[in-house]
Design a binder for this molecule. Structure first.
Ligand SMILES: [Zn+2]
Length: 94
């Protein structure tokens, strides 16, 4: 199987791993800014502290799920617009 780093395009297979469905090389992985567990725990604590006054607000887990869903919708919308332009260019430019 041939895979390439989504960020730099490297195809050195021994240095590429798959992270949540995306191929990334060992050089780019440290630049992604992925949080360590301790940082995530701090975020949870900070979030939950703000939420104390409004318990009906979403939990941290729900908030992360929501953000991922919203981001996915935005991504699809922007991609559809560009795909449409790309498709129309084939017709218009002839
Ligand atoms: Zn890379």
């Amino acid at each position: 199987m041939h895979s390439s780093c989504f960020s730099c395009g490297s195809t050195i297979q021994s240095q590429i791993k798959t992270l949540y469905g995306y191929d990334v090389c060992s050089s780019c992985e440290p630049t992604l800014g992925l949080y360590k567990d301790d940082t995530i725990r701090k975020h949870i604590a900070s979030y939950e502290k703000k939420r104390e006054g409004v318990p009906e607000n979403p939990t941290y887990v729900q908030e992360v799920d929501y953000r991922l869903g919203a981001m996915e919708k935005t991504y699809i919308l922007k991609r559809l617009k560009l795909l449409h332009i790309q498709n129309r260019l084939k017709v218009i430019e002839k």
